[in-house]
Design a protein. Structure first.
Length: 311
């Protein structure tokens, strides 16, 4: 056995061990729904790529979807390492127009070829966030890295949706989420240009995805800029399914006021969530708090995390 072969064998063992430990994957059963995290800020084993961003590969009995693309650094390598075939994706869904969720579009289209892209038209807006630039904070561009026309020449077939919709059997996108809570106020550092001035980004394009399973809804978040509780309330109202089995993805609680975290923690108890698998923009402090509160129902969701839901 060569050194290279020995390393490859060791790596496969590490990946298999990690999946058995975290996802209880013994003898694998046929799963009705499977969500695999392809891009996220952290990785649990070697040969996977971490980056600030998010993407999830979603397999259902009737469709295969990609939810976001990360920045583009890890999507292809991670999909190959985790044996998730991007060429089989039926639709790409964009959670919102930030670079860390859309930057991998060209890499994806290079593998997939022409593909339907479900998104809110506001993903095309110029987006900014106040960040330190020298001694002061200034608006820095953080939006979609390419113009619509360039993406369409590369095979992006945009399907613009502004309202709640079923995009595949038992797969839904929120569309615009009504802001009903009084504590999910958003991050004022996110801004857009309006009439020559900077105004708070309304995040009309903040999408989440819901899978309607036999155990209840599986909710997949990009960054939850619309507010986690607003999103869950909207999805349970629109789908008519009030059981929320699992929530996976970024919650943006790491950038939220302390008061919002406390009220979010209290409101989450209404949903009796069985699996809370958060990551990306949730933040280390809120992650620790959620882990303490949810105990065995909590999971961290780095690259490689798999959520299976059987019939």
């Amino acid at each position: 056995m060569t050194v290279h072969e020995g390393w490859a064998t060791t790596l496969e063992a590490l990946l298999d061990k990690q999946q058995r430990r975290v996802f209880a994957a013994g003898k694998e059963k046929a799963m009705a729904f499977r969500v695999t995290v392809l891009c996220e800020n952290t990785v649990p084993v070697p040969a996977l790529v971490g980056e600030h961003g998010f993407a999830a590969y979603v397999e259902t009995p009737k469709a295969t979807l990609l939810f976001d693309t990360g920045q583009g650094f890890g999507l292809i390598q991670n999909s190959l390492r985790l044996k998730k075939d991007l060429s089989k994706v039926d639709k790409l869904v964009l959670s919102h127009g930030h670079f860390d969720h859309t930057g991998g579009m060209l890499a994806f289209l290079g593998v997939r070829g022409p593909c339907p892209v479900v998104a809110h038209p506001d993903v095309l807006l110029e987006r900014f966030r106040y960040m330190p630039v020298g001694p002061v904070e200034k608006p820095v561009s953080i939006g979609l890295p390419w113009k619509e026309a360039y993406l369409t020449t590369r095979g992006a077939q945009f399907q613009w949706l502004e309202t709640f919709a079923e995009i595949a059997p038992d797969v839904f996108v929120t569309g615009e989420v009504p802001r009903r809570t009084d504590f999910e106020t958003g991050d004022p550092k996110f801004v857009v240009r309006s009439n020559g001035d900077w105004t708070p980004d309304p995040f009309r394009d903040d999408y989440s995805m819901a899978l309607k399973t036999s155990k209840g809804l599986v909710v997949i978040l990009g960054c939850a800029h619309a507010g986690l509780i607003n999103i869950l309330d909207h999805l349970t109202r629109q789908t008519g399914e009030h059981r929320v089995y699992a929530v996976l993805g970024g919650t943006h609680l790491g950038f939220s006021p302390v008061d919002q975290l406390e009220k979010t923690m209290e409101a989450l108890k209404r949903f009796d969530i069985q699996i809370l698998a958060v990551s990306h923009c949730t933040g280390q402090g809120p992650i620790a708090r959620l882990s303490a509160e949810f105990g065995t129902r909590f999971a961290f969701a780095p690259v490689g995390y798999v959520l299976d839901v059987a019939d």
